[in-house]
Design a protein around this ligand. Structure first.
Ligand code: NDP
Length: 450
């Protein structure tokens, strides 16, 4: 345990005030203990000291003009964390909460997630503390153009390939790509999540949600269970949540909730996906508007949430899919899930469960699919988009979906088998962290002290 303590103490002094980053590092290091004890070479090559330090951190000013001709200034980030396995790959998040700690925790998680896919991609992440809510289309465009005015010099199809994340969807990727093309004169695969009209891949939009459900399907198979007829609690109402709900429904499960930052929607008869997509993808409205179509649904505003957690996890359901944001499932929430007999928690979002919630989940023997494994389908399909761009090919929906299914089955198997190898039963956190770390660490050793 001392090396965990030493690492966190060092990070606290060299990278102060980054609590989410320390949380992510602590979780990984905690799982690595059995590996580090049995493999002295990781210590000899100072892998822990090196892997927690990003290769490069870029922070920049993003000035832009709003519709009233006022100058606005945001802070932009790109953390190029680790390139042992390939070009840096990871999304851009536009959300007011973005800061160095959030981007670093996401970038750190991304290293291991990308390794788990088995594809040649390193780990990175970026974004800005920009709030897209309530902004006009022209404001979004001006912001994206200004953001790219700095970012373009750091990215490239074989060096660093960003994608979307919270607040960055097809529209933002379009504006970012347009400005990159204008600045460089190059039409190349420097961003993923592009429109299907100009270089995007089929299934990329659906990939994180679909992949998360494929992961759950593999887990349930191992438990002798299936998705058929299971009531599911889903949080979030963005890209990951919507396509998690879609795939759950296609496979016979019954998602009964979703949420946004205004509250939680509970529809006991099952979420009406067409209405949800219309609200969120077309009309960009708050979830409460769903009640105008379905008066039998219930909306719980954030002001009515329990003090120690999130209303969505207090509803009775058999499977839980946190798909909104970090630390949205607390220990108290996990206790209620356990009392209600929840079978599995499968994370579509990044680090949605607090560390103490994970402890409760594992103690209660709820089967747990950590985000870095369960939501790897998004980045995996981004890499399939890169492969199609580089070879100037276009694969069909079925081809990409089949590859996604195979990748998620492989991610699950490698995580499960690694947990078994280290006598950790079905502790997939340990399995995911060791399986991902081992690939990256071995590559770092082979590439020397760089
Ligand atoms: P979106 O922006 O499409 O949706 C995010 C959803 O979560 C929205 O419903 C949003 O509500 C809600 N949300 C965000 N922040 C908060 C908050 N602080 N409190 C309450 N609700 C919140 O993002 P994605 O669906 O793309 O991403 C969701 C999660 O999945 C993130 O953790 C992301 O890192 C992770 N992820 C995404 C991938 C992808 O391919 N998109 C890949 C792998 C992981 P509101 O609109 O009201 O803000």
């Amino acid at each position: 345990m001392t090396y965990i303590h030493e690492t966190i103490t060092r990070l606290k002094s060299t990278s102060p005030a980054q609590s989410e980053f320390y949380q992510a590092v602590e979780e990984v290091l905690d799982s690595l203990q059995p590996l580090l004890e049995s493999n002295e070479q990781y210590k000899r090559h100072a892998i822990i000291e090196r892997i927690v330090e990003p290769e490069r951190q870029i922070m920049f000013r993003v000035p832009w003009m709003d519709d009233e001709n006022n100058v606005q200034v945001n802070k932009g980030y790109r953390i190029e964390f680790n390139s042992a396995l390939g070009p840096y790959k990871g999304g851009l998040r536009f959300h007011p909460s973005v800061n160095a700690s959030i981007v670093k925790f996401l970038g750190f998680e991304q290293i291991f997630k990308n390794a788990l896919t088995g594809l040649p991609i390193g780990g990175g992440k970026g974004g800005a503390n920009f709030n897209p809510k309530g902004k006009s289309d022209s404001e979004i465009m001006r912001f994206c153009q200004s953001f790219m005015n700095e970012l373009y010099r750091h990215i490239g199809p074989t060096t660093d390939v960003p994608a979307g994340d919270i607040g960055v969807g097809a529209r933002e990727i379009g504006y970012l790509f347009g400005q990159y093309k204008r600045l460089t004169g190059r039409y190349d695969g420097v961003l993923t999540g592009k429109s299907l009209l100009w270089g995007g891949s089929l299934v990329r939009k659906e990939a994180t949600g679909y992949g998360c459900v494929y992961f759950a399907q593999n887990m349930l198979d191992d438990m002798g269970e299936s998705l058929e007829g299971k009531t599911c609690l889903v949080s979030g109402a963005g890209n990951v949540a919507i396509y998690t709900i879609e795939k759950l429904q296609q496979l016979g499960a019954v998602p009964i909730t979703c949420s946004d930052s205004s509250g939680t929607l509970h529809h006991p008869n099952g979420i009406d996906l067409a209405t949800l997509k219309d609200l969120k993808e077309v009309r960009h409205q708050r979830l409460k508007a769903y009640l105008e179509v379905h008066s039998d649904a219930e909306f719980i505003p954030v002001s009515d949430y329990p003090e120690d957690g999130h209303a969505v996890w207090r509803i009775d359901g058999q499977l839980a899919f946190p798909c909104a944001t970090q630390n949205e499932l607390t220990a108290a929430d996990a206790e209620v899930l356990a009392e209600n007999g929840c079978l599995a928690v499968v994370e579509g979002a990044n680090m949605p469960s607090t560390q103490s919630a994970v402890d409760v989940i594992l103690d209660a023997k709820i089967y747990y699919g950590p985000g870095k494994a369960a939501n790897a389908g998004g980045v995996a399909t981004s890499q399939l988009e890169m492969a199609q761009n580089a070879s100037m090919q276009r694969w069909s929906f079925e081809e990409v979906d089949d590859k996604l299914k195979t990748i998620m089955a492989n991610v699950y198997t490698s995580v499960r088998d690694t947990a078994l190898e280290f006598d950790a039963g079905n502790n997939l956190v340990l399995g995911a962290n060791i399986a991902g770390f081992r690939k990256v660490a071995d590559a770092m050793i082979e590439q020397g002290l760089v």
